[in-house]
Design a protein around this ligand. Sequence first.
Ligand SMILES: [Zn+2]
Ligand SMILES: [Zn+2]
Length: 272
Amino acid sequence: MSGTPCAGCGAMLATGWFICHECTLDLEFQLRRVFDVYGTVLATLQRRDVGTKAVGSNGGKASSVEPVNISVLDHVMTLQAVLTGWGAQIPTVRPTSREPHTIAAWMLRPETMALIRRQTWAYDLALELSDALHPLALASDHSQERVDLGPCPSGCGGHLKAVADARWGQCTECRERFDTAEQKQWMISEAWHVTAPLPQIVRALHSLQVFVAPKDAENWASRRKLIACIADNGAKTYQLKQVYTVHQAMTSKRAATKERAAARAALKKETA
Ligand SMILES: [Zn+2]
Ligand SMILES: [Zn+2]
């Protein structure tokens, strides 16, 4: 059998393709982050400039605020170099603008993405974008929600951190990359035995991006879908595993109900 392996995950692909569908989703995610991160950085830089002018006109004392944060500009130029550098390798007409968000929007177009997926460097672009966006996201005023997924298994002393919803995260110290979905599953399974009052369990799951509505959890408890462990003083605690399992079951049940309703609505339309 002939073919080429995906540069991201090693899955075998038809000859001439260098990145699989799932790793393409990762690349597209990084490209979409450019809008958010770059936009926030621009807003941050503008605010800093305004602040400095006000200080300067007020007696001309040396400002404690840098006029423009040099290191942020460095990171912006790195991001620009990644996008324009790889962009120049795509065999098609390019936008004249060097603005990161313009190039990212162009790369995200299906016809451009189809060309990128046929380049041997397609996955390098995803990796380099992730690296270039990291310091910018940290430098901007309100960087995106970051999830802490526990200590790094390599023992470097760092923590595994990821942007919410990202497929990959990175260690804060050794920069080792990890699969966020796998790490979340592992953390949940490690916490199987934990028992705690319901609000604490809901918060713990929330920190792992499992969003259980407190009201739902209370409902499950009162309908005895969740079994409480009752202490001598009457305090009730619940098992994390049980709350997670019920949540998963209810989520898929809700999805199925929604699907059935949509199918019924479609059928009604057809027969009307
Ligand atoms: Zn892949
Ligand atoms: Zn580490």
